[in-house]
Write a protein that binds this ligand. Sequence first.
Ligand SMILES: NC(=O)C1=CN([C@@H]2O[C@H](COP(=O)(O)OP(=O)(O)OC[C@H]3O[C@@H](n4cnc5c(N)ncnc54)[C@H](O)[C@@H]3O)[C@@H](O)[C@H]2O)[C@H](O)CC1
Ligand code: K
Length: 449
Amino acid sequence: MTPIDGYPILTTAAMRAAEEACGDPAMLMERAGAAVAAAVGRLAGGSAILILCGPGNNGGDGYVAARLMTAAGHAVRVAADDEPRSALAIDARRRWTGPVEPLGTALPAPILVDALFGTGLTRPLENRTAAALHRLADAASLRIAIDLPSGVATDDGTVPTMPPRFDVTLALAAPKPAHLLQPAARQAGRVRVLDIGVPVTGDAHVLARPVLPDPGPESHKYSRGMVAVVGGDMAGAAELASLAAMRAGAGYVLYLGEGQGPPHGLVRRRWSPDALDDPRIGAVVIGPGLGRGDGTGARLATAIGSGHELVIDGDALRLLDVDAPRTATTILTPHAGEFAHLFGKAWGSKIDATRMAARRADAVIVHKGADTVIAAPDGRVAVSAGSSDWLSAAGTGDVLAGAAGAMLAAGLPPFEAAGAAVWLHRAAAAVCGRSFIADDLAAALSRVR
Ligand SMILES: NC(=O)C1=CN([C@@H]2O[C@H](COP(=O)(O)OP(=O)(O)OC[C@H]3O[C@@H](n4cnc5c(N)ncnc54)[C@H](O)[C@@H]3O)[C@@H](O)[C@H]2O)[C@H](O)CC1
Ligand SMILES: [K+]
């Protein structure tokens, strides 16, 4: 049972290919069932367990786990409506010698294990199946899904049938898109991977703890990274981005706009067309509080023309022509609305859509949300899991843009810089707890840095 950070994310097709490359499928199901039995046995303590088994190999895993847990002394019952269909599941069912209760009349148990459907779900659950699953889950004190909560679409995280909210989901071999993408991810609860000896690789990964650029004895403010934040109509947003860049570790932050006041470490200058001429600038952040008034387009054109590495956020995303050639390394940080404005209707999952957008814009894209997806033009993807719902507040995007600027200016390549910023932002939100404001979030970057 390992946490998912850093794991490759596999679609159904990729998972099947990985399984097929592994040889004997019966042995794989036995290993999957054994891994489930060990994990559920540990989570259950001595409590009674009810396993719901479906007609495919997800159900097969359930029958194997039921047999092994019973042999290990656990009190296990099995409920199923459909006879198994796949050869593997038929064999697993045959080797379960206990009774199989109908789902509709099965009595609840404190530990509910959902082995109804996994990666093979092709349509919504039948009403009676969904009703039984919800009834038994509601009555349980611990709900565990095997591979996926039954009812979610593996590859895009949509929910053909809304499953109950699980406490734990045991992903077999690797996480799948539905473990990370909303709304499915929310229903999965804590996701842990069970290693069943299937080697997995891919170019999409769960965002892992970054290696952050720390200063050394030889460091000075410019070597730590100089960030220029271009201000505009709303000084507060650009100031928040500036503060976040400082808190994320930049050695020198230059705020180019109106307004004054603390922090005293922030260098303030009015915007001028030659304001970005300083070659020591490592990254320019533009968009937070830029507004849409006169001159904002010219500021964006100056920033793009400066050749400095760029973080383009907020209002600047409304002005940007994503298809126009750019020479500078660029990170774009759209939320869903900005993403739709820039790239039109999304195709496929959020992972697919973000990957295609990164190729098209030739930029690293941070597609924000409760399931932030980061994609690079070369096809690499990182997905952030488990961010705080309290991040849905004004100004938190400005903080992310500033942090991304700091990471770029410190010398991280753009995909790594974006990932590091998203990680720090999420970690800062976690230490802020509930109902924080964007200023608290920016301040908390220092604590998680
Ligand atoms: N990852 C691994 O290495 C291993 C995974 N295993 C488990 O196998 C399942 C996937 O099995 P599969 O048989 O392909 O799919 P399902 O069990 O999810 O169900 C398919 C089964 O159900 C029918 N069906 C689909 N949708 C519905 C519906 N809404 N209502 C009724 N019936 C439906 C479909 O036609 C099929 O007959 C994976 O998740 C793992 O749990 C293996 O153990 C091997 C190792
Ligand atoms: K399941």
